[in-house]
Design a protein around this ligand. Structure first.
Ligand code: IMP
Length: 200
């Protein structure tokens, strides 16, 4: 069994259908009674991924007496000319996705360098100990205004330069092929497979 250390059901569903997940037994941490919220107080996405994996792993050992492989993820948008902002704060700079998108656009107004990156980190912990972490990234440019209505978060303002479309204009399978999240989870799942962990 592999425990996915996220209480976000949308994220868990997206991860479970990745090609690299096939043949692995995945369970969201929210399936376990009493599952707590873990404060994401790291200064980088990588730190937050590590914090969540280690703390949920410790909690499962303490409260449920088990020591499965626990994998977490933390992700964000980094705008180069804004020195990586919003980065680790991506989920929290405003109340809604629409407001967050406009906040980024406002800060970039008049800026010629609109290059940006989505970053995702996954981390694996077993028995309360960090085993490994992985990074996925995809580079693009920030649009002049939001476009498209698929996906979530900053997808409407993130342009894939190869197609000229925003991530919210790409169909889901194309976005998944390109995505930072897919890269970070695929590396984690391949590691587990190599070590015969969590196979059905
Ligand atoms: P997390 O759930 O703490 O990892 O939050 C990540 C934040 O970054 C969310 O608020 C999303 O808006 C944003 N983000 C991460 N990945 C993506 C993506 O693939 N598309 C759009 N926004 C994303």
């Amino acid at each position: 069994m592999i425990v996915i250390a996220s209480r976000n059901e949308g994220k868990v569903r997206e991860i479970a259908v990745l090609p690299a997940a096939s043949g692995l037994e995945l369970r969201p941490v929210s399936d376990f009674p009493g599952c707590p919220d873990i404060e994401e107080n790291g200064t980088t996405c990588e730190e937050n991924a590590v914090i969540k994996a280690v703390k949920y792993s410790l909690w499962l050992r303490r409260e449920h007496g088990i020591a499965p492989a626990v994998i977490s993820e933390d992700s964000g948008l980094m705008v180069f000319s804004l020195l990586g902002w919003p980065g680790v704060h991506s989920a929290r700079i405003a109340e809604t996705d629409v407001e967050r998108n406009w906040m980024v656009l406002d800060r970039l107004s008049g800026q010629r360098d609109r290059s940006a990156q989505f970053l995702a980190y996954t981390a694996l912990a077993v028995n309360g100990v960090l085993v490994e972490s992985w990074r996925g990234s995809v580079t693009g440019v920030i649009a002049e205004e939001p476009r498209g209505n698929q996906g979530f978060g900053y997808d409407p303002i993130f342009i894939d330069q190869a197609s000229g479309r925003s991530f919210a204009e790409l169909d889901r399978s194309r976005k998944n092929e390109l995505s930072h999240r897919n890269q970070a989870w695929t590396q984690a799942f391949e590691y587990l497979r190599q070590h015969s962990l969590g196979l059905r």
